[in-house]
Design a protein around this ligand. Sequence first.
Ligand code: AMP
Length: 374
Amino acid sequence: MNVPTLEDLPNLNGKRVLVRCDFNVPLENGVITDDLRIRAALPTLRHLVNEGALVTTCSHLGRPKGEPDPQFSLTPVRERLQELIPEVQLMENLRFNAGETDNSPAFVEELIEGQDFFVNDAFGASHRAHASIVGPPKFLRSAAGRLLEQEVEVLNTLREKPKRPFVGIMGGSKVSDKLGVIEALLEVVDELIVGGGMCFTFLAAQGKPVGSSLLEENMIDKCRELLATHDSIKLPLDITALSSDGVIGDPLSGGEVRQMGTSIPDGWMGLDIGPGSAVEFCDVIAEARTVLWNGPMGVFEDERFAAGTRTIAEAVKDCRGFTVVGGGDSAAAAQLFGVADEMSHVSTGGGATLELIENGDLPGLAALRDSVES
Ligand code: AMP
């Protein structure tokens, strides 16, 4: 990845090190429901503490509006951090200051005050040119932390030297959100499975009716072009759909759930891949030596439309190749179906994962590469 790492920093004994972490953890009523992101920072923090550094961490949490807001306080994170590694300090939420997202030089100055070195370990925020990501390397000698290094290494391996066959699995709601990633993946994968809401724009591009399923009219031509130039795209052969009197997320609302082919009649909404597609996709995944999965196959939050995503999650788990889950909703689905621990790598980034696959670089990495020498 060609950026300095912890080994490139000089003697840290007694030095002050500012570490940008991604402690943007899920909270319910002020209680952390999953501390993965805090534990993921420990290898870096332990290394720095063992080297004798005085470590201050900083992070954003949620989307406060540039001013203090108690519901986004990092206090619960600070308490958990104290239990895990008491030597480390944590500043308050960076986004309590509008200078963070505005990348204001005055806020950068505030952040680096009294610090000797900077470490970026916030992979999940490194696609943003925010003050705490791109600012400190202009003034402090800087390095990537262990988590950032590992994430980048895994995703670059997929881009540059994947073991074959390499199977990409794309799902989620919209083609437009992930078009850049789809195009980048089509250059490197042997097969690209497409499910989720986005498959209906591809099916429409094949001339099929999609009923009231999610459709992006302005993407139909693009999907048609991709289908014409890439045999590697695999679309579902059957769909699980809901009748118009049903409500997504409310099984008690009534409505009929039916399995059908890929021509969806009026009054029906496709909400999951069907069982036949799931079996066929599983056969492709079983043969893979590399898998990258991003995005659910259906509205998995509603049990009636979770089967496709669950079956794919199991297939990726059982695949003996190198399996990577690309953050966001697919990481949540992998957790929900209890397969996350059996994947080779579950990325902690959502947007950052997609942007790195698409562009091969991130603003946070570029900043480290250009960081000052001393
Ligand atoms: P994304 O953030 O783009 O990865 O999309 C994830 C969301 O896509 C999940 O919340 C799913 O409920 C939703 N989704 C998956 N399949 C469908 C579908 N067929 N129709 C509508 N939404 C879907």
